[in-house]
Ligand binder design. Structure first.
Ligand SMILES: C[S@@+](CC[C@H](N)C(=O)[O-])C[C@H]1O[C@@H](n2cnc3c(N)ncnc32)[C@H](O)[C@@H]1O
Length: 344
């Protein structure tokens, strides 16, 4: 159980970390100009103070979870200052390219040979207007930093909310005999927290991007029993009922409706009866009405072609069609955490 020493370490580490990312968020805002929405947004837009309050509440929740013993202090809360400077340098030197793409509406640079024949069309886009989309080592190196800047340092804390239902699920099981699959694992951030807490849990990291998987492989090197699969989440090629837990973090909002349905069905197929599906993804419209304007604006500023449809979709119905029953929905800062069960 975490005590006063851990509390101090968390408070100091998280405040310094959030200060660094929030500062870069602020500076990015000064160095770039907002893109005009195609039509006026008539929904509420939260101010900076409201967003900062949300971030503070996320960290308070993160700490409460640590204090309750749901998970440990984050393994990399105290990152090396030198690394932080190098990453910030790389982020800011790429920012001008992102800005140019954003204002030109240029989002299909990766729709070309040799990628064209290897990946589904919807994947071949510069999501977030990022350089190379998901298809280069350079993109994979920048991604975590970009996402943390976007969320003012709250991205990892949102991902860790998945560890709460995981804790309750594993309490009743032999960890060594349990298998978890992370769909669209990206650079492996969630899995690094999972393995740090459950080193004996067998995990599989799946992503369509070989570059992001390569990065995940490097991050997860300290741990054993980690498998890597390069495949589409809608057609993984993995065996029926092979997993006790399936997770997906910030994946569904990037998928066309048809693919969202296919990935939900695939998760249902891959889970054992009684297995758990944990989704961490963006808030939807109406989850926090004060944020609705931001949810409407987000896909304009950060090329997210399927986000608007995701934001108003009925996720419970989507998963029910895949045989997954919703057990719990909680909100954390800009994320919605859903816990679902495949009935026995
Ligand atoms: C927004 S990122 C989220 C990554 C990670 N889960 C995280 O927490 O940051 C989306 C990830 O999903 C991957 N992806 C997108 N579509 C996919 C698909 N159909 N199948 C597998 N991976 C996909 C991308 O390559 C990228 O790594």
């Amino acid at each position: 159980m975490a005590g006063p020493l851990e509390r101090t370490a968390y408070a100091l580490g998280q405040t310094a970390r959030a200060g660094v990312f929030w500062g870069q968020y602020w500076l990015s805002g000064r160095l770039t100009t907002p893109v005009k929405a195609p039509r006026p947004i008539d929904k509420p837009m939260p101010g900076t103070r409201r967003i900062l309050d949300g971030l503070r509440e996320l960290f308070a929740q993160d700490w409460r979870n640590i204090e309750a013993g749901y998970y440990r202090l984050p393994h990399d809360l105290a990152a090396s200052p030198l690394q932080a400077v190098v990453r910030a340098g790389a982020y800011f030197s790429d920012l001008a390219k992102v800005e140019a793409r954003r204002h030109a509406g240029s989002n299909s640079e990766v729709f070309e040979a040799p990628h064209k024949d290897r990946y589904p069309r919807y994947f071949l886009q510069n999501f977030h207007y990022q350089t190379d989309g998901y298809l280069s080592r350079h993109s994979a190196e920048l991604y975590d930093h970009q996402v943390e800047v976007l969320f003012g340092g709250g991205a990892d804390a949102m991902r860790r909310q998945a560890l709460v239902p995981l804790h309750h699920f594993l309490k009743e099981r032999r960890v060594r005999a349990t298998r978890l699959l992370d769909l669209g694992c990206g650079t492996g951030r969630l899995l690094s927290f999972v393995k740090d807490n459950y080193p004996r849990l067998g995990v599989t990291a799946l992503d369509l991007s070989p570059y992001y998987l390569e990065r995940a492989r490097a991050l997860l090197r300290p741990w054993r029993d980690v498998a890597f699969v390069q495949a589409p989440a809608e057609e993984t090629g993995l065996p029926d009922a092979g997993f006790d837990v399936v997770t997906a973090v910030f994946l569904f909002h990037e998928l066309p409706g048809k693919v969202r349905r296919a990935v939900a069905a695939e998760a249902g197929r891959l889970l054992k009866p009684g297995g758990l599906f944990i989704l961490v993804d963006s808030l939807q419209l109406g989850d926090v009405p004060e944020y609705d304007g931001l949810i409407e604006y987000f896909p304009v500023a950060f090329h997210e072609p399927y986000y608007a449809a995701y934001a108003k979709s009925d996720l419970e119905a989507l998963f029910a069609d895949a045989g997954l029953r919703t057990e719990d929905v909680t909100l954390a800062y800009f994320s919605r955490v859903m816990t679902l069960r495949k009935p026995d």
